[in-house]
Design a protein around this ligand. Structure first.
Ligand SMILES: [Zn+2]
Length: 270
């Protein structure tokens, strides 16, 4: 039984970042270091719960800012690191594994979420929203559907209460744990960190036992993406048109739209 833990940093306990900054190693060093330390504890709790539930292999995908955040000498040595080639389609490495479930640590709300801690979708600087058939979607939704296309269910997520709510809207069966209560982009009420870690351990164990099904996206569907700057949308249109010929401008030059016929079309856009 193999499992994947996907790790971002914004949703872990004890962290809210700083105004006008992402959670960058250089741009926001104190909060970044806190986030890495909290993520390490949360990941180790999830790894322990998976092995205590009969896992034979646990892989950890450190994906904040393209990876390279966690010090793997501090991660449970039974876990393996997966380091995907970021120039390849998102989560393509799932085809090389036989994962029975996906566990999210540290994921965050989609861009535009009112009071969502460090809410963004892929980039706070470049993107304002992604919509599928008119509904805003975030990284959790996309990764859940991509994993679903490989038959892998998202079994567990730990994040702030608003992100947890978005996970439940995506898949109501996914087991969730609240790490903090979101009060603003850079504001939250924190839970006790030891309690969060204990809840993650117990929650992941429950998630392995639960019969959670993969979620897939229905195709064809319409995607609409709003970029902060017009240079960005123009560049994306020019560079990706060959891979997705329905890609075109929307209502204005910040917006691109396309008809997606399968998950690979989605991956051209994210
Ligand atoms: Zn991140």
């Amino acid at each position: 039984m193999e499992y994947l833990i996907a790790v971002d940093l914004e949703g872990v306990h004890g962290v809210v970042g700083e105004p006008y900054q992402g959670l960058g190693r250089v741009s926001c060093p104190e909060e970044y270091q806190k986030a890495v330390a909290a993520a390490t504890k949360e990941v180790n709790a999830a790894v322990a719960a998976l092995f205590d539930s009969g896992a034979t292999k646990v892989c950890v995908w450190d994906n904040h800012g393209g990876g390279g955040n966690l010090d793997f000498s501090l991660i449970d040595s039974r876990a393996q690191q997966v380091k995907p080639d970021n120039s390849r389609p998102r989560m393509e490495f799932l085809s090389e594994h036989d994962f029975k479930g996906l566990v999210y640590i540290g994921y965050h709300c989609k861009d535009g979420t009112i009071n969502g801690v460090l809410a963004h979708t892929f980039s706070s600087v470049n993107m304002q929203y992604y919509k599928i058939n008119g509904q805003a979607k975030g990284e959790l939704d996309f990764d859940t559907c991509i994993a679903g296309s490989y038959g892998v269910p998202a079994i567990f997520a730990a994040s702030d209460d608003l992100c947890v709510q978005q996970m439940q809207e995506c898949n109501p069966d996914t087991v969730t744990v609240i790490t903090k209560y979101a009060k603003g982009r850079n504001k939250a009420d924190f839970r006790d960190s030891d309690e969060v870690v204990r809840d993650i351990y117990e929650g992941v164990k429950r998630a392995v036992k639960a019969n959670i099904q993969p979620i897939t996206m229905q195709f064809p569907c319409q995607i609409e993406i709003r970029y902060t700057r017009m240079e960005m949308s123009a560049w994306i249109l020019e560079s990706r048109k060959a891979a997705l010929d329905s890609l075109q401008y929307g209502d204005d030059a910040h917006i691109l739209t396309a008809t997606l016929k399968d998950i690979d079309d989605l991956r051209v856009c994210i």
